[in-house]
Design a protein around this ligand. Structure first.
Ligand SMILES: *[C@@H]1O[C@H](CO)[C@@H](O)[C@H](O)[C@H]1NC(C)=O
Ligand SMILES: *[C@@H]1O[C@H](CO)[C@@H](O)[C@H](O)[C@H]1NC(C)=O
Ligand SMILES: *[C@@H]1O[C@H](CO)[C@@H](O)[C@H](O)[C@H]1NC(C)=O
Ligand SMILES: *[C@@H]1O[C@H](CO)[C@@H](O)[C@H](O)[C@H]1NC(C)=O
Ligand SMILES: *[C@@H]1O[C@H](CO)[C@@H](O)[C@H](O)[C@H]1NC(C)=O
Length: 630
């Protein structure tokens, strides 16, 4: 008995000592102590697994367990069947239980492109794209949007958002220009405040140290480092030709702010700087980002970004892995053939082409983010957050953002009354145009699917619905998508609202050298505005060629890509709120002027950077009364 008891005690002691010694599992220890404890326990295979991010469609429980996969993502529109909160939770639980079935039980982190709300998910609040948010210039608004987005991402059980894009878009011909806040670096810098919303705001700010407050927040990702918005002719993923001083001043400066605010991760740009692919640029990644800027989170590649180091893409994968990892990239967004990536990287380490120090640096950074964000303590989706997806308070916030992102560019023909604010109690109005009654078109790319699409793709309020809700019950609202000549006149309406714009697009598919108004926007404007007083609302990811048609319009509003809350537009055009937005982009006259940015010599825009009219509601009402009584 005594012997057995002693043995039991011994065993007990042994177990508790062993547990105690697992410092990395002890949340009361700081992240650095936990890393120092965990890293030496890891085999090369376990380390390389952490450096791997693969797409959900190629993974399952066994793959997570057997390859020690450190991170999972989904491409735009790659969603679990049904796209419900339950489906997301189930998928994440499966992946996570695979990770936790490994020897060291290191949890995976799941990343998603939540670039204007949690935009892949049905029923999520869709916020305006960054091009509209830039107009507001309001860091506090961005912080509130970041906080709401974090909750909607957590609603699906996800812990990591590939956001914010802090590109300074210098040429609207670029297909990703709408993902940029502005052509002005200062505006982009200020709006990195969204990071405090996504991740929380540290009480003890130590520049460079990643920070995620708790499990209501997510790890953020500043992207795409660096120069993505400066490519030749705005060609996506192309070459940014600029000297180092201007690269820093125009494109890199927002990273100073993101890093100071504790951003957890930085994504590398597909583009090149003076002919060298960023994914291969050791100087800018290791020397500048990690050493000079003291960034201590992890660096992630873009989707197949390392493949494109070689041409044709992926033709020498060994070279891609070697170059990217030695340049300083810590986690590779593979995304599909993770087995080849793992075996190439393993071989390159075993043969001495990549040092163990480099691997340890990468894994240290990845673990630092995982420990800091509390992933070991709460690895699984928490049902308590489900209620935040598409919450009314978030929709109200998105509506506020829409209101404040609108820019009034024309109000009334010269010498005549302003058209805005519109009357809500007139007898008859026409609402026309491709974008008047289409949630998908007003949300743009990166909505439910990668490119986005037209139609009732998710919950929201179209502009037509918002108009119907806003006007008096006695007002007749006539809706005609493509009015023919004579239609508007025949209706005897008091005025028309014409909503036209671009189709949804993403990345290279949005590159456009002509920037003309598509989807029969021009004939629609001509047919309606020639016959009745009209307000034209443009839904687009960037300024378009508008000068030739401007004389036809009585009023003109740039609404960018407003997202799901169309009522933000009617709040302002009917005068419940005043316009307050001013352009955060230069409105060019002709594409042959591009690139043209504020401060350039020979600056000759249609509307300059910073332009935006106000409607002083009270004053216009007074004038109207005055005129009538006279
Ligand atoms: C950036 O924020 C600072 C501090 O709030 C403010 O003074 C400055 O005007 C802002 N700059 C821009 C371009 O919005
Ligand atoms: C802030 O954090 C740094 C780095 O983690 C640490 O050295 C410093 O003591 C902290 N300061 C306070 C006031 O907690
Ligand atoms: C830039 O685009 C041109 C034209 O498509 C292409 O030939 C060139 O390889 C691209 N350069 C880079 C660095 O991607
Ligand atoms: C691929 O890259 C590796 C590593 O740089 C090099 O040794 C090899 O020769 C390349 N293979 C081809 C076919 O170019
Ligand atoms: C403008 O460019 C886009 C994108 O390349 C193309 O689809 C469209 O047809 C062009 N429009 C005109 C009028 O040339």
């Amino acid at each position: 008995m005594e012997r057995a008891a002693a043995l039991a005690l011994c065993l007990n002691l042994f177990i508790s000592v062993a547990v105690c010694l697992e410092i990395y599992k002890d949340p009361s220890q700081d992240a650095e102590a936990r890393i120092q404890d965990l890293l030496p326990r890891m085999t090369l295979a376990e380390k390389i697994g952490q450096m791997t991010q693969a797409e959900r469609r190629v993974l399952d429980y066994a793959a997570m367990r057997d390859y020690f996969i450190g991170s999972v993502l989904n491409g735009g529109g790659s969603v679990p069947k049904g796209n419900t909160i339950q489906a997301w939770h189930k998928m994440l639980r499966t992946f996570q239980s695979g990770s936790l079935a490994t020897r060291l039980q290191i949890p995976m982190m799941y990343g998603i492109d939540a670039v204007h709300g949690n935009n892949n998910v049905l029923g999520a609040t869709i916020f305006p794209h960054n091009v509209g948010l830039g107009v507001t210039r309001d860091p506090d608004l961005l912080k509130r949007i970041g906080a709401a987005t974090a909750l909607e991402v957590r609603a699906t059980g996800i812990q990591y958002a590939f956001s914010p894009c802090i590109a300074t878009c210098r040429d609207p011909r670029w297909g990703r220009c709408y993902e940029s806040y502005s052509e002005s670096t200062d505006i982009v810098r200020n709006l990195t405040e969204i990071i405090f919303g996504l991740q929380g705001e540290p009480a003890n700010k130590t520049a460079g140290v990643p920070f995620v407050a708790d499990s209501s927040k997510v790890a953020a990702c500043a992207k795409h480092y660096v120069g993505d918005g400066g490519t030749v002719n705005g060609i996506n993923e192309n070459n940014t030709i600029i000297d180092y001083e201007d690269l820093v001043k125009i494109h890199m400066a927002p990273y100073f702010d993101a890093i100071a605010k504790g951003v957890s991760t930085v994504m590398i740009s597909y583009s090149s700087w003076n002919g060298i692919k960023m994914h291969a640029n050791k100087f800018l990644i290791t020397e500048v980002l990690k050493k000079q800027l003291n960034f201590q989170g992890f660096v992630i590649s873009d989707w197949s970004g390392i493949d494109r180091i070689t041409s044709p893409s992926g033709s020498n994968y060994t070279f891609s892995v070697l170059t990217a990892v030695n340049a300083g990239i810590d986690m590779i967004m593979v995304p599909f053939d993770y087995k080849s990536y793992i075996s190439e990287l393993t071989r390159l380490v075993n043969e001495g082409y990549i040092s163990m120090d480099r691997i340890d640096d990468a894994v240290t950074r990845i673990l630092r983010v995982k420990f800091t964000m509390g992933l070991f303590e709460s690895p699984y989706p928490d049902r308590a957050f489900a209620k935040y997806l598409g919450a009314e308070s978030h929709r109200a916030l998105a509506r506020e953002a829409v209101r404040r992102s609108l820019v009034l560019l024309k109000n009334g023909q010269e010498g005549s009354e302003p058209l805005l604010p519109l009357s809500k109690s007139t007898s008859k109005i026409i609402v026309a145009g491709s974008h008047a009654d289409d949630i998908g078109l007003q949300c743009g790319g990166w909505t439910i699917s990668w490119f986005g699409s037209s139609g009732s793709i998710t919950k929201g309020t179209s502009i037509l619905q918002a108009v119907r809700n806003a006007v008096s019950p006695s007002t007749e609202v006539i809706h005609e998508r493509f009015p023919q000549p004579g239609f508007a006149k025949s209706q005897g309406a008091d005025y028309a609202i014409v909503v036209v714009g671009e189709p949804p697009y993403a990345e290279t598919y949005g590159d456009n050298l002509n920037l003309t108004l598509p989807l029969e926007g021009i004939p629609t404007i001509q047919n309606v505005c020639g016959e009745v007083k009209c307000l034209v609302i443009l839904i687009s990811g960037r300024p378009l060629v508008i000068e030739p048609y401007l004389p036809l319009m009585d009023a003109f509003v740039a609404a960018w890509l407003p997202g799901s809350e169309g009522a933000g537009i009617t709040d302002v055009i009917f005068g419940d709120y005043d316009f307050e937005g001013t352009l955060a982009r230069t409105w060019f006259r002709r594409v042959d002027q591009l690139p043209m940015n504020v401060g350039d010599p020979n600056y000759d825009p249609l509307f300059p950077f910073g332009f935006g009219l106000k409607t002083n509601t009270l004053l216009s009402r007074y004038c109207l009364t005055f005129k009538i009584s006279r």
